[in-house]
Structures are given as structure tokens and as C-alpha cells.
Design a protein around this ligand. Sequence first.
Ligand SMILES: Nc1ncnc2c1ncn2[C@@H]1O[C@H](COP(=O)(O)OP(=O)(O)OP(=O)(O)O)[C@@H](O)[C@H]1O
Ligand SMILES: [Mg+2]
Length: 250
Amino acid sequence: MSMGLEVSHLNKNFGGIKVARDISFDLKPGDRKALIGPNGAGKTTFANLITGTLKPNSGSIRLDGVDIVKLKESKRVKAGVAKTFQITTLFKRMSVRENIRLPILERDGKSHGWFGRAERFVAVEDEIDELLGQFNLLDFAEMPVQDLAYGQQRLVEMALTLALKPRILILDEPSAGVPSSDSHIIIDAIERLPKDLSVLIIEHDMKLVFKVASRIVVLVNGAILTEGTPEEISQNQQVRDLYLGARHEH
Ligand SMILES: Nc1ncnc2c1ncn2[C@@H]1O[C@H](COP(=O)(O)OP(=O)(O)OP(=O)(O)O)[C@@H](O)[C@H]1O
Ligand SMILES: [Mg+2]
């Protein structure tokens, strides 16, 4: 059985437009892969096909050898596939701590009755503190999310997602909106993610990509142009032409 995520011959059309063309891709435990490509290449669409937000027209998506393509999004989250929450879904007036508590309670369901409730309460708060520590957010725990710098809000999004204990984590433009002077905050956070987690990073910031990814997949017009190490990708003439010719707004 092959561990991790295995996508085979995935196709998706929006009306007559092909946005995923025969994509085959894998992500093993501990992998750090980046998905890059011009605006409109189909990167977010690909992420949404993996999470189940979108259904493909054909192809398979396997997690540890089991086809999950028919599972709806919430079932895929339970199976271990998660994409970072968007900033707009945070309860911005609630504290960082309260925000992180939500996915933990959601993950555990309502199976904890009165019995053992105090112990459970302590365990949840300990878990929140651990996540806060991991993302250097302990000092901001009781602050409303809206009072944090944007870079820190993105860390809260990552902490929320990690609270679901995923095995596959998709970060769609983790540094979008973050001033470049703060991008090291995001890079540090990615570097400190659990080692056995499989991480797919969709990103336009090449400094971040080259820092955190050990392999890079280049998507153009819904199809994989090439995949390789950062060195291979930086030397690939087709990729260079693509990036010299295109403007990137993110
Ligand atoms: N729900 C939709 N219905 C129709 N077309 C869509 C839909 N979502 C995306 N598209 C189109 O699919 C193509 C791929 O879009 P997608 O958002 O996946 O690109 P992207 O690589 O993530 O781009 P960016 O770098 O700008 O985020 C685009 O042409 C887009 O206009
Ligand atoms: Mg996108």
C-alpha cells in the first residue's frame, strides 16, 4: 500500500474550459512540495479537488491507498486532508484562544459527557497552549484576532487547521497579504510543522517556495509542465520563460 496522497489522471472542466488536465501527483508523509504557476493556472482548483470542495470529472484521489474521491469535504477532513481556513472565516472579534478551541471541540465531537468533563477541559486548554507555543502566539492568546498583525492572523489560520490533526496540509498562498518584511514569520511556521505531516504549498513568493519546498511542481493551463528540485526548476528554461514573461500580483 502506498502511504500519503496519490492523485491519478485528474480532470476538471468548468463548462468548456479544462482547468485540470490529466494531473498525476503524489505527496508522501513528510513531503514539502510547492505548487507554482501563473495566475489562473488552476492551482486553487487543484487544491479544491483534493479537499472535496470541487468534484473532478474523472480521475482518482487516494489517501493511504484508499480512494477518497467520492467522500464529501467534511469526511475528507476526518480522513486527514485539510486546507488552511481563510482569514475571513475566523471569528475576528473572538480571541485567538477561543478560535483555536473551536476546531478541537469539533474534531472530538460531543461524545464527552459530564463524566470526565473537568479533565477534558484541562486537556483542551493544554492542547491550545501547545499550538499557541508552536506558532509563537502565546503572547496574543487573549487578544481578539482582528487586533493582530496580518502575518500573525495567518498563523492563527494555520494553528486552527493543525488543530484538526491533518496528515495532508494544503497551504494556499500562506504569505498572501503579508508584508515581505514579515514573510520570515510564515517561513518559520512552515519549517516548524510536524515532520511527518505532508505539506503542499501553493505560493507566488519564490523566496518562500525555495526556502521551504524540497520539490516544486509547475502547473500551467491546468496541466503539470514539470516537477523537480528547486535547483532543477530554477534552471528549467520553460519555467524561466514563463516567469520572465508573466506578472504576478500576489
Ligand atoms: N467556480 C468556477 N467556475 C468557473 N471557472 C472557474 C471557477 N473557479 C475558477 N475558475 C477558472 O479556472 C481557472 C483556474 O483558476 P484557479 O483559481 O484555480 O487558478 P490559480 O492558479 O489558483 O490562480 P491564482 O494564482 O490567481 O490564485 C481560471 O481560469 C478561473 O477563472
Ligand atoms: Mg489560487
